[in-house]
Design a protein around this ligand. Sequence first.
Ligand SMILES: C[S@@+](CC[C@H](N)C(=O)[O-])C[C@H]1O[C@@H](n2cnc3c(N)ncnc32)[C@H](O)[C@@H]1O
Length: 313
Amino acid sequence: MESLLKSIPGTVVFQDEILLTGKDTDSHLRNLEEVLKRLDRIKLMVFPDQSLYCIRQRLTSSRCKEAAWRSRRVSQAQSSRVCSERTMQAQPGKQHSSSPGSKEELSKLESRYLFCGNTLKITRDFSSNLGISAIIWEAGLVLCSFFEQEKISFSGKKVIELGSGTGIVGILAILLGGEVTLTDQPIVLNQIEFNIDKNIPAAIKQHSKVSALRWGENQDQFPTDYDVILGSDIVYSPQDFPSLLRTLRHLSNANTVIYICSKMRESMGAMNFHNKLVPQHFNSEIVHRNEDKEINVYKVTKKGPSVVGQPQV
Ligand SMILES: C[S@@+](CC[C@H](N)C(=O)[O-])C[C@H]1O[C@@H](n2cnc3c(N)ncnc32)[C@H](O)[C@@H]1O
């Protein structure tokens, strides 16, 4: 599907899910129509709530849905069943998911991953229109694998995660010893809390905190002494880059280690962010690269003298 939709502006594909945007409402709708046309060519249907995410331009999910319904490429009758099957097919290998059950169960789908000896049970909440926040992004999985491969420990570290989504990365960081604050936009916090409840034993629950943090808006309510900042697939919206950088600058000091794991989508400015914008204030190096998936893990530290020795994580 990635190659089928590759040349459409503002469109990215994650496994069987499509993320779509446009410079303005008209171009957004044009991109959507083009996506639907090409899917139709190969007789693929789309489920707007679960497989097609329209971001930006205030194109509400219902307008996207309307366009999809209009083009008759949506199957309502089968959507729940396919939704379960789709998740089961989505990440073979390390993962399996819950089998179809009641309607309520179907709106919350659990997938399981094994990292660093921990089985993570991650639930995606389809009932609250969370859009891209209800996807477990490949970059998140790559960052978890990186922690495993590099035997990263967060023991005794004060950690904050930006754009946690389902919370998979922050949850692993708690299980690896960190005192972790998982953050995202307010609407996403219930999903994160749900996943923390499912994965973090009561004995270490106090090592987790969930807070609303909107980049560029309320970072000043957070401290500036984090040892580690984490972010997976948070670099995809050029309009948000200045706010994201402002947030990173506020939260970090010269001893903070920042791991950002990014899918290198050229059309969404990832190269510009990492190669031009980040280096204005930070040192940055690629510490892991997944060539097939075009995903890089960057280790980033703030420019300037360190307070006590060099950053260590
Ligand atoms: C592509 S998802 C990645 C989710 C998760 N980190 C993962 O790898 O699966 C990006 C996340 O960033 C959050 N986000 C986007 N813009 C944001 C902003 N301006 N402030 C705070 N969070 C934001 C979204 O709500 C979403 O959960």
